[in-house]
Structures are given as structure tokens and as C-alpha cells.
Design a protein around this ligand. Structure first.
Ligand code: GLU
Length: 486
């Protein structure tokens, strides 16, 4: 049982800004946010950017932007400050140096002079001996003062390694329950590299304590780091947070979700025109269950209902089709004005200003508003209205059938006489023109649509013709009557 009482809790999200925010990170952020807010506490954003070569300020900005878009605002962070700052690890070097000195003074860490080559050799020797979980053998654990001085004189800079004591560590995980780690399988690990840069396990553990974090929610992949972080905190005499490791997210083939195989970036979903509320619903349901069949929640509902008790232990499956369905539903549930406004915004941003206001916008929304599953689809529809359909072999095949051609010629003749009337009420001309040449009405309508928009089916014809515009309708019919078979 996770009983917190009424205490306001501090939780953090600690991304490494090496790319944009992905689905797994977004879910972690959401869960931390929800627990913090549910308790009336604080949500803290900490940027883990000690690995200078892989981190970029642009990635940090992108992550912040994606979090804002998801509606997850933080109370403390690199941009807003707060009482436990700085909130970028790259700006906390002095704090880490002081903590590392403390560890050294207490004998909890020792200087390790092993070079990368020596470590690699040690590792391959262990592998050759059939050891799978290779670990540092402690070569520098017992160096004398003189030996250290000699190595230093050789120009070697030491790393600091944590001296793992005998025994075991039990992680009382809030999702998994107690998990025991025998120290015998943990190698002495580096807390500060020879370059002076702290490692993740040291910096994150120290920061969690220094920032007074109560609960850490993060992905399962960090469960095995937790005993190391607990050991660091113990050695420093600092309080440890409680940990909740949430299950992996798998793809539909039950493999680890990967950027290579599917869209996993929050930014990509934004670009495709997903609504934050739909993505949030999907993220919330990756691992958490409300205990009933509901699939849609406001952020306030999630905040008041979310609990770790309802987070399962087994991996959750990321389902792109489900997210799409959520998005379609979210679009349908928008107020008409809001949907119209969003469609207009997407049209404007794509450069289709002529559909983005006035009666054209009304017609556009009437034609496609109920059909779209993402806002990005709006752009495809606008393009089809705006551009002459491409004369694909299939289009040529269908439109250059002699019967269809005669019908289109008849139709064109009638339309030229009064284009406005044709666009307003196409059936007045379609029916007699088709009859005149002996073409079935269904094929006649399809041919007109194909000629004007490149597809045989879709939004109400009157709306399509009106949006394409009289002049272009005539032009496209003219072109269609000249198509040669593929
Ligand atoms: N920077 C780490 C990551 O992005 C944070 C892990 C943690 O939450 O402790 O995986």
C-alpha cells in the first residue's frame, strides 16, 4: 500500500536532453506530474545534461516545449527557477564536487587510475572465462598512498569509484514490491569520471536528496540502478526517496518501442495534428487503469484519480491505432468553434489561406470536419482542392474510356454555359449528360469527382466543386477530356 497521508509530495521528471521527448519519457513525466498534483505538491523539472557531447540546448528547449504542449507545467525548473536550483546538472558541478569530496573523506569511494584500455582488457578476460555479468575487479580498491602518488606522477587522472560494501540492498519498489540486490553481483561503480564529470547514478541520487524529492517514478530500465543510488545516499547520510518503476512500453509486436520502427516522438504527433488530450489519454492508459472502461479524462480527472496502486507490473502495449481513434474522438468532441479555429490555423500554416476564412472555411469544415482523424489531414484535403489532380495511369484509364469522355464533353459544354449554376447544383447537368451518352449515373458522378479532385469518393460533391471554384472546375474538366489512355 502506498500511503502518503495528506502530505504534499515533491516529484521530478529528469530528462536527458539528447533528443526530443518520446512517448516513454512523456508517460514518465505525466505520472510524476499527476502524483505531485494529486497530493497538492510540486512537480520539478531537472535537466540531466552532464554528458556534454550528447546534449544540446535545442533539445532541452524542444523537451520543454513538448511538455508545455502536453499541459504538464512545472513548479520548479531551469526556466522558472526554485529553491533547490540550479535545475540543470551541468550547472551543479560545485555541489557534486563537495558531495564527492565527502564520499572520499568517508572512505566510501576510492581513486581508480585504470585506463579505458585496462578496463576493456579486464572485461574481455572475464568474458573469455565465461562471465556474462562482468564487473570491476577492484584493482585500485586497496592502493597505498605511495602507489597512488606514483600513478598520479605518470599523469593519470583518477576516477572515483564507489566501494560496494558486503551485504544486500532491498529496493521497496512501489510497483514491484521488495526487490533484493545482492551486493556480490554489483561491481564498484564510477561516481565521478577521470574528467571530473559525475555519473548518472551519483548525480541523480544526490539531486533527488538535495531537491527533497519524495517519490521517483521512472521506467523499469532504471530498477537495476536503484541499489547503486541507495548506496550513494546511504554513504552521504542523505534520505532516499521512494521509487516506483513503471513497466516498459512495447510495440504491437511486443518488442521494445523503438524510434527506428515507429513514431515515438511527441513532436511528431504534434506535427501530424494530434491533440494533446488524446495523447495524454493514451499515455495515461499505458500501465495505469482507472478500474473501469473509461478511456477519456480531463487533466483534472486524471489528477484526482491517478494512483500507483492501479499501475500494473506487466509491460504495456503502445497502440498507434488506438491513439488515432482517441484523436478522432477528441476532435469530434471539440466545440464547433474550436474545431473550426484549429482547422483554419492548420490551413493558414500550410499556406492555404483561401480556405481559411469566411464561407470557404465554413464549407471546408462542413466537407471534412467530421472525417479527419488528425488535423494534419486537413492539409492533404486542401492540396487536393487546390491542385490539378495528378494524371495517374488509373485516372487516365478511367477517364479516357470513350463513353466517359463523351459524357465529360457533354458535361463541359453545359457547365461552360453557366458555371455558377453547375457548381451550385451539379446534378442538373450530370443526370442528362450521362443519360445522353448512356452512362450509368454512379459512373458519371465518379468520373466528375475523379476529374475534379482525383478521387472517386469523398465529401459532398457540391462542397467539393464550390471549394475548387468555378474556373478550376471547368479547367479540370477540360484537361480530363484530353487525357489519353495510360
Ligand atoms: N536522465 C535519466 C533518463 O532520462 C533519468 C532517469 C531517472 O529518472 O532517474 O533516463
Amino acid at each position: 500500500m502506498t500511503t502518503w497521508g495528506d502530505q504534499p509530495l515533491r516529484l521530478r521528471f529528469a530528462p536527458s536532453p539528447t533528443g526530443s521527448l518520446h512517448v516513454g519519457g512523456a508517460r514518465t513525466a505525466l505520472f510524476n506530474y499527476l502524483l505531485a498534483k494529486r497530493s497538492g505538491g510540486s512537480f520539478i523539472l531537472r535537466i540531466e545534461d552532464t554528458d556534454a557531447s550528447r546534449n544540446r540546448r535545442e533539445s532541452e528547449a524542444a523537451v520543454l516545449d513538448d511538455l508545455h504542449w502536453l499541459g504538464l507545467s512545472w513548479d520548479e525548473g531551469p526556466d522558472v527557477g526554485g529553491p533547490y536550483g540550479p535545475y540543470r546538472q551541468s550547472e551543479r558541478a560545485e555541489l557534486y564536487a563537495a558531495a564527492a569530496a565527502e564520499l572520499l573523506a568517508r572512505g566510501a569511494v576510492y581513486e581508480c587510475f585504470c585506463s579505458a584500455d585496462e578496463l576493456a582488457r579486464e572485461q574481455s578476460e572475464q568474458k573469455a572465462a565465461g562471465i556474462i555479468a562482468t564487473r570491476y575487479q577492484g584493482r585500485c580498491a586497496t592502493l597505498s598512498v605511495e602507489q597512488r602518488a606514483t600513478l598520479r606522477a605518470e599523469g593519470r587522472n583518477p576516477a572515483l569509484r564507489f566501494r560496494i560494501p558486503p551485504g544486500q540492498t532491498v529496493v521497496s519498489d512501489l510497483v514491484h514490491g521488495p526487490v533484493t540486490f545482492e551486493h556480490a553481483i554489483l561491481g564498484d561503480f564510477v561516481v565521478v569520471r577521470s574528467t571530473g564529470v559525475p555519473t548518472y547514478n551519483f548525480a541523480a541520487a544526490f539531486d533527488d536528496a538535495q531537491m527533497a524529492i519524495d517519490v521517483v517514478v521512472r521506467g523499469d530500465e532504471h530498477l537495476s540502478n536503484t541499489p547503486l543510488q541507495l548506496l550513494v545516499l546511504q554513504a552521504l547520510g542523505l534520505p532516499a526517496p521512494r521509487y516506483a518503476h513503471v513497466p516498459l512500453i512495447l510495440n504491437e509486436d511486443h518488442q521494445k518501442l523503438s524510434k527506428r520502427h515507429q513514431t515515438v516522438g511527441v513532436a511528431e504527433y504534434r506535427k501530424e495534428g494530434y491533440l494533446a488530450s488524446a495523447l495524454r489519454d493514451h499515455l495515461a492508459l499505458l500501465g495505469w487503469s482507472p478500474g473501469d472502461e473509461r478511456e477519456h479524462f480531463t487533466l483534472a480527472e486524471l489528477t484526482s484519480e491517478f494512483s500507483l496502486e492501479r499501475v500494473g507490473r506487466s509491460a504495456s502495449v503502445y497502440n498507434a491505432a488506438r491513439l488515432r481513434a482517441f484523436n478522432a474522438r477528441a476532435l469530434r468532441s471539440l466545440a464547433p468553434d474550436e474545431l473550426r479555429g484549429l482547422i483554419a490555423q492548420w490551413l493558414r500554416e500550410a499556406g492555404y489561406h483561401r480556405f481559411a476564412e469566411g464561407p470557404a472555411l465554413e464549407r471546408f469544415v462542413e466537407a471534412y470536419g467530421a472525417e479527419i482523424t488528425t488535423l494534419g489531414e486537413v492539409v492533404g484535403f486542401a492540396r487536393r482542392l487546390d491542385e490539378m489532380p495528378e494524371a495517374t495511369p488509373e485516372l487516365r484509364q478511367r477517364l479516357s474510356d470513350p463513353l466517359v469522355r463523351s459524357y465529360l464533353l457533354a458535361l463541359l459544354e453545359g457547365a461552360q454555359a453557366d458555371p455558377a449554376a453547375f457548381v451550385r447544383e451539379p446534378k442538373v447537368l450530370v443526370a442528362p449528360s450521362a443519360k445522353q451518352v448512356g452512362l450509368a449515373p454512379k459512373l458519371a458522378y465518379e468520373a466528375l469527382r475523379l476529374a475534379v479532385s482525383g478521387t472517386a469518393h469523398g465529401a459532398p460533391l457540391k462542397l467539393v466543386l464550390d471549394l475548387v471554384g468555378e474556373e478550376q472546375v471547368l479547367e479540370r474538366l477540360r484537361v480530363a477530356t484530353h487525357l489519353t489512355p495510360a
